[in-house]
Design a protein. Structure first.
Ligand SMILES: [Zn+2]
Length: 423
């Protein structure tokens, strides 16, 4: 082995020097054990108050996994003291390079934590030569520290939305910051109490005071919760949810016109559902001709399709009377068309026009709401379900905030920033 000085320099832990390096000769991938000791006078910082003292009560060897030396995984060995502190009594010594009770050094934790955000925990564990459990705990500590240290934002607009959990009627309720596109909180069902919990527990009073609009769907429990907790905020209905209702109505028209109208028509309308539910501007080429043939066969379906397309304009008006006028005109155009499904949709929209028109005053970014939902579904799919709810929330926060956008950001996470100075 090289001189202790060189080894100390390579290890690069401020305040510590290398005493002894042990590894198996001739084996290029064996584990290296590095015994380290504090530099300077024999005074040890108390883990309670950080004051240094020389009154040692007992001492015990402890080990930490650290960054590898080439192909050699590294274990640090240090004799950790228990000290008598004048203020705190008997305490363990504070270790600057690792979290209390952690089995890996802080700089290794950072590497594992960053890796886990782009690969499965099991891969990251193998890459860094630690067990799955160690990697998982390191990841959790990494994410928790990141979440604790970042600034608490005060978004003007928040989103309260449901996301399907697995198959069937199970849902998450997700609270998100729609301005910055980040997840704030998560609950395991979609009841009113969960929504109230989210709004009161995940947001501070200061944050709640800044909120002017809540983007949500027409789920009654959510509306109740928002009305009770955020009295000054207005509800804006999510555009995609509103249009989903319109698409459902259009689909019902299709069923009536084709599938309940005999075998000939049924054959004609077969396999056209997704084509019909797509927006006109996204349909291209031969598919457009197909759609036109469908409309030629049935005028009523055509009318319903056009009416659905027009609904987009609900979100183009700058004033509330403008929205109301447009909707009234839209409902008027339904007369004599014999489209009961669309009429029902008209009633529904009229009943909720307040929340639709609120968009004039609170231009919520609907695209951000959608992209958050897509990200959440992506994380859930990759994890194949997650039992640890706290971990899931942290992962979602990271994925939606995506704090690493440049090489410099990555560097900031990988370089160890010591919490306490040694000198
Ligand atoms: Zn102390």
């Amino acid at each position: 082995m090289g001189s202790r000085r060189d080894c100390t320099w390579i290890l690069g832990l401020p305040g510590f020097r290398v005493e002894r390096v042990e590894g198996e000769d001739g084996d290029a991938t064996s584990r290296v054990q590095i015994r380290i000791e504090r530099r300077g006078p024999r005074r040890y910082p108390c883990s309670g108050c950080g004051r240094r003292t020389s009154r040692v009560r007992s001492a015990r060897d402890r080990t930490w996994d650290d960054l590898p030396w080439a192909a050699h995984p590294v274990t640090l060995i240090y004799c950790q003291r228990r000290v008598y502190c004048r203020r705190c009594g008997i305490r363990t010594e504070r270790i600057e390079f690792a979290d209390p009770k952690a089995r890996v050094t802080r700089r290794l934790r950072q590497q594992i934590g960053v890796d886990c955000q782009s690969m499965p925990t099991s891969h990251a564990a193998v890459r860094h030569g630690v067990s799955w459990g160690k990697a998982r705990r390191a990841e959790h500590a990494f994410l928790a520290e990141w979440d604790r240290k970042r600034v608490k934002r005060r978004p003007r607009h928040i989103g309260l939305d449901e996301i399907q959990r697995g198959k069937g009627q199970q849902f998450w309720t997700v609270l998100s910051d729609v301005v910055h596109g980040e997840v704030i909180g998560l609950r395991k069902d979609r009841r009113e109490t969960s929504a109230t919990d989210l709004l009161t527990e995940e947001l501070t009073a200061r944050q709640r005071a800044a909120i002017t609009a809540v983007c949500t769907d027409m789920h009654r429990p959510y509306l109740n919760a928002v009305g009770a907790v955020l009295k000054d905020a207005e509800v804006v209905f999510d555009k995609f949810h509103v249009l989903q209702h319109a698409s459902a109505a259009l689909d019902e028209v299709r069923r009536q016109e084709f599938f309940r109208a005999g075998a000939v028509m049924r054959e004609h309308g077969r396999g056209k559902r997704w084509l019909l539910l797509r927006r006109w501007k996204t349909v291209r080429g031969s598919k457009r001709a197909e759609l036109q043939a469908l409309f030629a066969a049935n005028r009523r379906l055509f009318k319903a399709y056009v009416l659905r397309e027009q609904l987009d304009r609900l979100w183009t008006y700058k004033t509330r009377p403008g929205v109301l006028n447009f909707l009234l005109g839209w409902i008027k155009a339904l007369r004599w068309q014999r489209l009961p499904e669309m009429e029902r949709l008209g009633d529904f929209l009229f009943k909720h026009v307040e929340g639709i028109a609120a968009y004039c005053d609170h231009p919520v970014r609907f695209g951000v709401v959608e992209s958050i939902n897509t990200t959440i579904k992506g994380v859930l799919r990759r994890a194949r379900g997650m039992r640890d709810e706290a971990m899931l929330l942290l992962k979602l926060k990271w994925a939606t905030a995506h704090p690493i956008r440049s090489a410099r950001d990555l560097m900031r996470f990988l370089t160890d920033q010591p919490l306490y100075s040694n000198r």
